[in-house]
Write a protein that binds this ligand. Structure first.
Ligand SMILES: Cc1cc2nc3c(=O)[nH]c(=O)nc-3n(C[C@H](O)[C@H](O)[C@H](O)COP(=O)(O)O)c2cc1C
Length: 317
């Protein structure tokens, strides 16, 4: 459906999903993604699409997150039109039901993935017209949704619930987890945190080293109080955010001075790991090396094939 070699998609990574990273993923046989929130100016966004297209002749994806704080509102249709004009192959929406965007996406002939943190939201998204459902579990980096159900449960629960194919994310980082997702019924995986630790990720070495050194318990859930829960590195900003959230009636606007995307973006450049929200999943405890995107994807595929072979041998014996 997507014209890709391997069923591995890089999630929309705010402030990280550059044309270079996206092209590296697509060139390695996966689906690379850029993220509209990184280009508030539409001409800059068009240039980013063109740049990605100049770096790969493989399909690419554009992520449109409609989560509070990054939602581009009425401007989204204009981003989608640019995607049509520049022949972007795939769009991934997330954050709220995509119904109002579906007619435009369909009219432009772009494949449409919608990402959800709960099986029931996927049912609704499919009714609204999404062609592929991405489901992410509670362990994922970024927004795991309110229900906090794990990837294993969601992956199995989704089986048979959709006519559309679905992919699974939250904790996928090697061939074993890829094979496990497929055994549960998913046709592909969405991977975020692991690609943040790739050589091509445009973040400081300090951030990558933090991932390599972190344990599975080193993430924390913030923004529950404003119903916009997000899993991030347990750094000073996350702790400050949790402190501010103790105040009754706290709003997104109250938190923005410390959680705003630009602060995180600045920290990715300066290497100050204590500042800004750094979305990462519990999988940080399992990532132990900084590798190129190609090595990551080749390694995942090789291991998944081996694992499936071992399982098949069990069946035959
Ligand atoms: C640094 C970072 C930024 C992210 N930003 C976005 C985003 O802007 N939009 C979005 O839909 N998902 C975003 N996500 C979520 C990922 O696309 C993906 O769903 C998630 O990382 C998968 O779980 P994993 O981190 O366990 O691999 C982000 C994740 C990370 C790690």
């Amino acid at each position: 459906m997507l014209g890709i070699k391997y069923p591995i998609m890089c999630g929309g990574l705010q402030n990280i999903a550059t044309p270079e990273l996206a092209a590296a993923v697509s060139n390695a046989g996966g689906l690379g993604t850029i993220n509209i929130s990184m280009w508030p100016d539409l001409n800059d966004f068009r240039d980013a699409v063109k740049k990605t297209k100049s770096l790969t002749d493989k399909p690419m994806c554009v992520n449109i997150s409609m989560i509070p704080g990054v939602d581009m509102g009425d401007k989204i249709q204009r981003y989608i039109n640019i995607c049509g004009e520049e022949k972007v192959e795939v769009l991934e929406t997330s954050g709220k039901d995509p119904a109002e965007l579906v007619p435009l996406i369909r009219s432009l002939g772009i494949r449409h993935i919608h990402k959800v943190p709960a099986v029931k939201h996927g049912v609704r998204a499919e009714k609204s017209g999404a062609e592929i459902i991405s489901i992410v579990g509670a362990e994922c980096g970024g927004h795991p949704g309110a229900d906090m159900i794990g990837t294993f449960i969601l992956g199995a629960e989704a089986y048979g619930k959709y006519k559309a194919p679905y992919q699974l994310g939250g904790g996928v980082y090697n061939g074993r987890t890829l094979a496990a997702a497929m055994a549960l019924g998913a046709e592909g995986v969405v991977v975020g945190t692991l690609f943040c630790a790739s050589k091509e990720a445009p973040i400081s070495d300090n951030h990558k080293q933090w991932i390599i050194g972190a344990a599975d318990k080193d993430t924390v859930l913030c923004q529950k109080s404003i119903k916009n829960v997000v899993r991030v590195a347990n750094n000073q900003t996350a702790r400050d955010c949790l402190e501010m959230e103790k105040k009754p009636g706290v709003t997104l606007q109250d938190l923005m001075p410390i959680i705003g995307g630009n602060i995180g973006k600045e920290a990715y450049k300066s290497g100050d790991i204590s500042k800004g929200m750094f979305p990462v999943g519990q999988v940080v405890g399992s990532i132990t090396e900084i590798k190129s995107v190609k090595d990551i994807i080749d390694g995942m595929v090789t291991e998944a094939v081996e694992v499936l072979g071992q399982l098949d041998a069990l069946r035959r014996n």
